[in-house]
Design a protein around this ligand. Structure first.
Ligand code: PMP
Length: 389
């Protein structure tokens, strides 16, 4: 069998299982209305939660940094790729997250891999939430420590696992702050209490919480008034740019500079991204009205869909998953939304459990009332047609 025949057979199996994925082409900037595959759609699947990706102040800062520093950074941070913009942004992130220090990575994915593959040692154990993001799962796989999965945000199950793993040298609890497919928030206050009782360290991936949760958008730590040992984040969602970061103590950051392979062996972020992200943090901190608007939109959408009879997950985060159940029906639902001018993808197994296929809506502060009215009217119409409500 030829190489391509072998791959075609495997793809055919993916298609038969209804799990085939295809790219869509966006021909416009990330706004609520975009041209998707040549047709105009109201997009309810963007991570640009506060609309910062094309904010004029951020773009102006990007252009200025671009003129000064050029495009690529030309090397890893430890060779020629460490500019003053990288250091300024790290200081900005550390002060924003109320931590001693921060370290940039090329993406949130690589930040998770870098931390989890370097921090725990052989003889340690990682206690990982069942619904953690793929980058945490991959980081655990690369770690020399063993991994034990606990049930999603189930504190008595986590406690059981902490009791069972007392013979390991060190325990690390690792969790998403906001779960990307469920929109739920990790009970960080309880996790911190358990970590104190059982002498474990806590690592939180605040990818979807940064800019969104807490009064100033500092994330789940601010929301719960706690300070985990390691807080990871991305610049690609509410911050509206690209890149990832880790925050914590100065010694943690020194350790990662010396041991995290995804930091050491990767070309650093382009300075233009650092300049843009620097400006974005000012918006996040100062423009509270964007966050307030976002949370109003979340409540309207979730509340209305629930009153129509839909099962809606999520806990006051911009991720609003509407459970359809059957995979094929979810895909049909998403297609019908698209025919109505709404882009919201169906999420299927293995990304979510079997029987829990869903339409994963995300809302942004830049959606207006008419976008939301159209979304809700379409859900009601299609929900009745497909006998979901
Ligand atoms: N963690 C979580 C919870 C995420 O949802 C994502 C993005 N899908 C990442 C990490 C990865 O972040 P990035 O896109 O910056 O690689």
């Amino acid at each position: 069998m030829s190489f391509n025949q072998w791959l075609s057979q495997r793809i055919e199996k993916t298609k038969q299982a209804g799990l085939y994925r295809e790219l869509r082409t966006m021909s416009t900037a990330p706004q609520p209305k975009m041209i998707v595959n040549g047709t105009q759609q109201i997009v309810f699947s963007s991570n640009n939660y506060l609309g910062i990706a094309n904010d004029p102040i951020v773009m102006e800062k990007a252009l200025k940094t671009l003129e000064e520093f050029g495009m690529g950074s030309s090397g890893s941070r430890l060779t020629t790729g460490n500019t003053e913009w990288h250091e300024m942004l790290e200081n900005r992130i550390a002060s924003f997250k109320r931590k001693e220090a921060a370290l940039l990575f090329s993406s949130g994915y690589l930040a998770n891999i870098g931390v989890l593959s370097s921090l725990p040692e052989k003889g340690d154990v990682l206690l990982s939430d069942q619904l953690n993001h793929a980058s945490i799962i991959d980081g655990c796989r690369l770690s020399k420590a063993e991994t034990v999965i606990y049930k999603h945000s189930d504190m008595s199950n986590l406690e059981e696992k902490l009791i069972e793993t007392q013979t390991y040298t060190r325990r690390f609890i690792v969790t998403d702050g906001v779960f990307s497919m469920d929109g739920s928030i990790a009970p960080l206050d309880d996790i911190m209490k358990l970590s104190e009782r059982y002498d474990a360290y806590v690592i939180v991936d605040d990818a979807h919480a940064t800019g969104v949760l807490g009064e100033r958008g500092r994330g789940t730590s601010e929301l719960f008034g706690v300070s985990p040992d390691v807080v990871i984040g991305t610049l690609s969602k509410a911050v509206g740019v690209e890149g990832g970061f880790v925050t914590g103590s100065r010694v943690l950051i020194d350790f990662l500079i010396n041991h995290a392979r995804t930091f050491i062996f990767q070309t650093s972020l382009p300075p233009v991204s650092c300049g843009a992200a620097y400006a974005a943090f000012d918006i996040i901190e100062k423009r509270q009205e964007l966050r307030e608007r976002l949370h109003r939109q979340i409540n309207v959408i979730k509340g209305t869909l629930e009153s129509m009879g839909f099962t809606v997950y999520g806990q006051g985060t911009p991720i609003i998953p509407v459970i359809i159940g059957d995979t094929e029906k979810s895909v049909r639902f998403s297609k019908k939304l698209e025919e109505n001018g709404i882009y919201a993808p169906a999420i299927r197994p293995p990304t979510v459990p079997e029987g829990e296929s869903r339409i994963r809506l995300t809302v942004t502060a830049t959606h207006n009332d008419s976008h939301i009215e159209h979304l809700l009217a379409s859900f009601e119409e299609i929900g009745r047609e497909l006998e979901i409500i």
